[in-house]
Design a protein around this ligand. Structure first.
Ligand code: BGC
Length: 463
């Protein structure tokens, strides 16, 4: 049925698919650089512009606000322009935004520049997982999206290290501006990506879609099966918002995506990402130790992501989530207890650091990568852009809330209770995973969609 387009078999489809996914996953690197870069810069910005904590909060969170807006816009962009061109736009905005941050001449311009940077990240963080889910074959889909998370963690680590190195001279403009370089490399990379076969099919460009599928899969039989599956799905067009209003089943999957991202953010992970030095200070460490331990947090975050990559397509999603939330609850619970009792000894300090690192491991091996994976898997094709837009928007808004309330919580209810609060939330998430989260290991996106639309319980749509 589609023989005309499958002209030239490619020798290394696996290499092509890995290359494609790794490049798309570089969007994750940008994401991570953005998250990590600000924590080391704020004290120098504050000193130069002589602004209050409140303005600093604005500088930090304008990026997350921009990202939320960018994620919404990307839902429309990635349908209208395609995934590839949306990624290109994201990359261009990223380079512009980081250069503007480095050049900012006032707090207001810095806020505006962070907003542009946020828009870039919103577009990229919406489009990259969507693209990855659409080009990766299903047996490695989980691992591919975890690669995206790995890139996020590497980005955070690189930003922590670069901030630490530049902190000796207080060169905050360099800290913020230097990430334009990886941004430019990312731009070069995405120019080489193929378009998503699903998107090409949606636009009626069937021959091109088959060509891309052939390059990615190599095996004509698989190409035909996937193409037929996609075509079947496309008989019902993309309708996002309308579908949301009309179809209860779609509202359920959108709600599930939103819930997953709320769970991810309210683990408390970004409290550590944005305020690690401050947390180590509360444990009684001096500035040098604070910076080193922050770098150690970044490294632990990278390394533990490999646990998820190794396990996601073997254990499945749910067992990993249970383990991760339990580890996080335990880690934060003990950190809270130590802070409550007062950390008097050197051994006590180290033990508390170890528990905080345990929390990081819990996140990186579970909710970090898995939430992005699940969010890109659970939406039906005709509402996928809208559904992922909603969940990514939620990720950034919740991220902003967590980032903007941590210091207030510390001052209001104290260190110990703040950590216990997040520990308790992680316990609640174990229950929510049990009741509501589906297992999606090794099942095609099309089957998940059929189950959802037949009204199966959310936790059963992956069976
Ligand atoms: C989250 C980010 C977080 C990062 C940490 C991502 O999955 O969405 O908010 O900063 O993981 O590694």
């Amino acid at each position: 049925m589609n023989s005309n387009a499958i002209a030239s078999p490619v020798t290394h489809p696996r290499a092509t698919v890995v290359f494609t996914c790794v490049l798309a996953a570089l969007a994750g690197l940008m994401f991570g650089l953005d998250i990590g870069v600000i924590s080391g810069a704020t004290q120098f910005i504050q000193a130069e512009f002589k602004v209050s904590d409140h303005v600093i909060e604005w500088i930090v969170s304008s990026m997350m606000f921009g990202a939320a807006v960018g994620a919404v816009a990307a839902g429309w962009l990635s349908a209208a322009l395609g995934r590839k061109r949306s990624l290109i736009l994201g990359a261009v905005l990223f380079v512009l935004g980081s250069l503007l941050c480095g050049l900012a001449w006032s707090p207001e311009t810095l806020i505006a520049a962070r907003l542009v940077l946020g828009l870039a990240i919103g577009v990229a963080t919406f489009t990259a997982p969507l693209y990855l889910a659409e080009v990766a074959p299903e047996h490695i889909r989980g691992a591919m999206i975890s690669t995206y998370q790995l890139m996020i963690t590497i980005g955070i680590l690189v930003a922590f290290l670069s901030d630490t190195a530049l902190s000796y001279t207080g060169a905050w403009r360099w800290m913020l501006g230097v990430i334009a370089i990886p941004g430019a490399l990312f731009l070069l990379g995405v120019l080489m990506l193929p378009d998503s076969p699903r998107w090409l099919m949606m636009r009626g460009r069937r021959d091109e879609a088959l060509g891309v599928l052939q390059r990615l899969r190599g095996d004509s039989a698989i190409v035909e099966r996937e193409a037929a599956d996609i075509e079947e799905q496309l008989k019902t067009p993309q309708r996002g918002w309308h579908l949301f209003l009309e179809n209860r089943n779609f509202r359920r999957s959108v709600g599930l995506g939103v819930l997953l991202q709320l769970m991810q953010q309210f683990t408390g992970m970004n409290v550590v990402m944005y305020y690690a030095p401050r947390i180590f200070q509360a444990m009684g460490y001096d500035t040098a130790a604070q910076m080193w331990f922050t770098a150690l947090v970044g490294l632990t975050n990278v390394l533990a992501t490999f646990i998820a990559i190794a396990l996601i397509d073997r254990w499945g999603r749910k067992p990993i989530l249970y383990t991760g939330f339990a580890v996080m609850a335990a880690g934060l619970g003990v950190v809270g207890a130590m802070m409550n009792g007062g950390i008097a000894t050197h051994a006590g300090q180290l033990f508390t650091v170890a528990m905080l690192l345990m929390f990081i491991i819990g996140f990186a091996m579970s909710a970090g990568p898995l939430v992005w994976t699940l969010c890109s898997e659970i939406q039906p094709l005709k509402g996928r852009d809208f559904g992922i837009g909603c969940s990514t928007f939620t990720n950034w808004i919740a991220n902003m809330v967590v980032g903007a309330t941590f210091l207030t919580l510390l001052n209001g209810i104290g260190n110990a209770h703040t950590f216990w609060l997040y520990a308790a939330l992680n316990l609640v998430f174990i229950g929510l995973t049990f009741w509501l989260i589906p297992e999606t290991k090794g099942i095609t996106l099309e089957q998940i969609e059929r189950n959802l639309m037949h009204g199966r319980r959310l936790r059963d749509i992956g069976r």
